[in-house]
Write a protein that binds this ligand. Structure first.
Ligand code: NAD
Length: 492
């Protein structure tokens, strides 16, 4: 396997506008960190309003030609994109770990899912972008329905999957004939920045088809409100998702807006713990709990509680916390000092409200990297559905254990205990319990003996309630989001 020595300083990031990488004219820069060491490894420009507008203008100009490039030729760019991402997989995974903190193995997994979306977009372009016709709807009159690209879309990304999330959208938009402006996370922009450079150098997309701007709220609002933006895809926290969805509505733009999560994992007394334990542990502590599909509330049902909890705590104690590029490490740091403080605050609040710590990661130290933003895996038992720690999104390595009397009680917590509806999972060996759960749990992604119910690219990525605003979802659903149906009726 290729070993990549990561750069220690990525310098000032540039903007990609109209096919050219440019320094921003902004005076506002923010440090980019390696959360495992706490060291600054780059500087992020907050693009000026003129630069944001220029990125859309360039994408609009490119669209006027790109939309007429035959689909078989557009697909060839995606084949090259896939090849380039495969070729640079180790480099991109290393950068992802360095900037986000997840382990190298987790970064590789993220990249695989990004590449899978390129593959599915290639297939979708052939199969799902076809139109339809019906002859003779009246005497001598035929109707044709074709799917057309719409123009420029902006893709706004969260910190936690800095490469996978842009690729839930980007390859579909491009192959269908639209053009894009990507706004990476302001915390973890490095992997997308490098990928855009690779695409530009090796894939050769016409200038303006792919643009990258950096910034925060102002950049996002500037994109949505730009006259030539046809739609926005957003993935991030619920308050911002709601803001984006509202603003898109106000400006008459299409929107897919994914929000936060508070996922419940139910363990029935008949669960096969031998087969499932590592899977449950990974649900809560994989990606340091910073997945929108991470387990957050753990609900053992009936007498599953005691036997399960002891085994769970034992498995969790084997997690090795550290820098994701160091060998043997199985859990990295939180993404930022702020995130670390937030998670500590939730653990404190849970204990104050009466929960008991079965594992307490607040004192975890990584001596080789004393400046990193670390908290070890934490388990709070005796949590109730009324406690803040069980209702709000923590987004860190914290499992809140809520004892449930029956499956009905657990489903009640899922459906009414939080405002989120991203994922719900059950571990059981009963088909009847599993079916009951699948039908009644109000979440967009359901796991049955699976703790991270992440849909493959050829399915939509679900989400309900405050976890999702919109109609069409990420991945394959975006074929309909990025195209519009045109009906023509003809008589000769
Ligand atoms: P965030 O909401 O802080 O930021 C997301 C993006 O929005 C970033 O690009 C950021 O620069 C921009 N932004 C921040 N504040 C803004 C504002 N006021 N107006 C406009 N834009 C703004 O989210 P995050 O911390 O980067 O990501 C973590 C969150 O994302 C968690 O809540 C997690 O559950 C969620 N998430 C959801 C999914 C899903 O599919 N539902 C997937 C991944 C992550």
């Amino acid at each position: 396997m290729q070993v990549v020595e990561p750069s220690q300083d990525y310098g000032k990031l540039q903007l990609l506008v109209d096919g050219v990488w440019k320094d921003s004219k902004t005076q506002e820069y923010r440090d980019i960190f390696n959360p495992a060491t706490g060291k600054v490894i780059g500087r992020l420009p907050f693009a000026t309003p003129e630069e944001v507008a220029a990125s859309v203008d360039s994408a609009q100009q490119a669209f006027d030609k790109w939309r007429y490039v035959p689909i078989i030729d557009r697909i060839k760019y995606l084949f090259r994109m896939k090849d380039s991402m495969e070729k640079h997989l180790e480099e991109l995974a290393t950068i992802t770990t360095q900037n986000h903190g997840k382990t190298l193995e987790e970064s590789r997994g993220e990249l695989r899912r990004a590449i899978e979306n390129v593959e599915v977009a290639i297939g979708a372009a052939y199969i799902l972008s076809k139109g339809d016709t019906m002859d003779q709807i009246a005497a001598g009159i035929d109707v044709t329905m074709s799917k057309e690209p719409l123009g420029v879309f902006s893709i706004v990304c969260p910190f936690n999957f800095p490469l996978m999330v842009p690729f839930w959208f980007l390859p579909y938009a491009i192959v269908l004939g639209d053009t894009v402006v990507v706004k990476p996370s302001d915390l973890t922009p490095l992997a997308m920045q490098r990928t855009a450079k690779i695409i530009q150098e090796e894939v050769g997309l016409p200038q303006g088809v792919l643009n990258v701007v950096h910034g925060g709220k102002d950049a996002v609002d500037g994109l949505i409100s730009h006259h030539d933006i046809r739609g926005v895809t957003f993935v991030g926290s619920s308050p911002v998702a709601k803001h984006v969805y509202k603003m898109a509505g106000e400006y008459g733009k299409r929107a897919i807006s994914n929000g936060g999560a508070k996922n419940c994992v139910v363990v029935m007394p008949d669960a096969d713990l031998g087969a499932s334990m590592s899977n449950i542990v990974s649900s809560f502590f994989g990606n340091t709990g910073q997945r929108c599909l991470a387990g957050a509330n753990l609900l053992p049902v009936g007498d599953a509680h005691d036997s399960f909890l002891a085994k769970f705590a034992d498995a969790v104690s084997k997690i090795k916390v550290g820098y994701g590029l160091d060998p043997g490490v199985t859990m990295g740091p939180l993404v930022s000092e702020r995130a670390e403080e937030r998670v500590r605050g939730y653990v404190d609040a849970g204990l104050q409200e009466g929960a008991k710590a079965v594992a307490d990661g607040r004192s975890t130290k990584v001596p080789e990297h004393p400046g990193g933003f670390y908290i070890g895996p934490t388990i709070l038992d005796g949590v109730t559905p009324e406690m803040k720690v069980s209702r709000e999104e923590v987004f860190g390595p914290l499992a809140s254990v809520i004892q449930a009397g029956k499956l009905d009680d657990a489903i009640e917590v899922i459906n009414r205990g939080t405002e989120f509806g991203n994922m719900a999972c059950i571990y059981t060996s009963s088909g009847r319990s599993a079916r009951e759960f699948r039908v009644r749990a109000n979440a967009g992604n359901i796991g049955i003996n699976v703790g991270v119910a992440a849909p493959s690219a050829y399915y939509p990525f679900g989400g309900r309630k405050e976890s999702f605003y919109g109609v069409l979802h990420a991945q394959i659903d975006t074929v309909d989001f990025f195209t519009d149906r045109k009906i023509s009726i003809s008589k000769w």
